[in-house]
Design a binder for this molecule. Sequence first.
Ligand code: OSB
Ligand code: MG
Length: 410
Amino acid sequence: MELSELYTAAKRKAKGKREKEKGKKVYKTIANLTELNENEAMRIEKIELFHIELPLVHPFRTSMGTEMGRKIILIKVTAEGITAWGECVAMSDPFYSADTVTSAWHTLTRYLIPLVLGKIIYDPRDMVDLMKPVRGHVMAKAALENGVWAWFAEATEQPLSVLLGGVRDRVEVGVSIGIQPTIELLEERVARFVDEGYQRVKMKVEPGWLIEPIERIRTKYPDLRLMGDANSAFTLEDADLLRQIDPFGLLMLEQPLGHDDIANHARLQAQIETAVCLDESIHSVADAQAMIDLKAGRIINMKVGRVGGFSNALKIHDMAEAAGIQMWCGGMLETGIGRAGNVHLASLPNFVLPGDISATDRYFSRDIANPPFVLNKEDSTMTVPTGKGLGVEIDVDFIESLTTDRAEFS
Ligand code: OSB
Ligand code: MG
């Protein structure tokens, strides 16, 4: 069959599929995607991978270890003369999640790219089925899928937020502060960010760095929207200790228990007043469903890379909204590509709490996308880009200069 015939046949099929989905109203937030014109299907012609290294302006210590810089895989998707970018949020070591930069590179080059290259895509959500043979590796999948989402936003000349069903032009944000060598240094750091205009502060916590630091910051800032993130550093046996933070009126306590342990978070939530938020435990729509069914927390930290891409993020968004579970957009120390995606996503209706989306200069002295993201000081928000696609300019020369490894598929 000629390619053009293939196109027509496949388009017909996809249209039928879309009509069916419309009937089922599976994706109620993506009003604009169902309006896509049939000519807007794409065939993935070329995929390029760039492995880059970028130093962080300040070391970031959590209960999992210390990050001095960021090794990142960037993905460039080309079709019909239009290019778009995705970012893989996997870290160097498997301490936050099983995915690493190396495992993502392997999975992308060996399995995921061969599964999607040359395929005709009618809707970025088609990527989920195409990549289904590969189990897990959510961050590698998300990077590729999100590049395709960005491509569709570029091609249809609308901001990604519009394609995703966003409803806000500014999103509330906060800052995530690592574990500091002393409480005095923590106080200094919090003061600096509060002065900069951040109205929500997340403190990393761990055994031995919990009650006293929280008490000190709370005493100094009685009205600050304050929260803790343990990155799985506690066990259910610490329930009595964790209950001691209830009087401090935290917005939430993020991922206190095991990364793979939804059930014990339910037991803990039943014993403490502070809202439990799950981060590490939610990798899929099924995980989110389990959290809701088991009442394993009241809040979800949504990280698009951790749930395998925007398609799953949207499903979880709608499920959580229906179940009365609040959500907010998490961060993975992303470059401007990932951050842009996060800001677009955070404009959706159920992102009702401030995200871990901070200004570019809090992470990097120079970023690979421009302009840098800045905090709107008056209301602790970030403005959603209004240009088409991700709405940021990619600095390809800078990316080239940071590239330590690359691969191309066409
Ligand atoms: O647990 O939310 C987390 C960064 C890397 C890995 C895990 C986490 C984080 C953060 C930083 O808290 C959020 C940000 O990007 O500012
Ligand atoms: Mg977290």
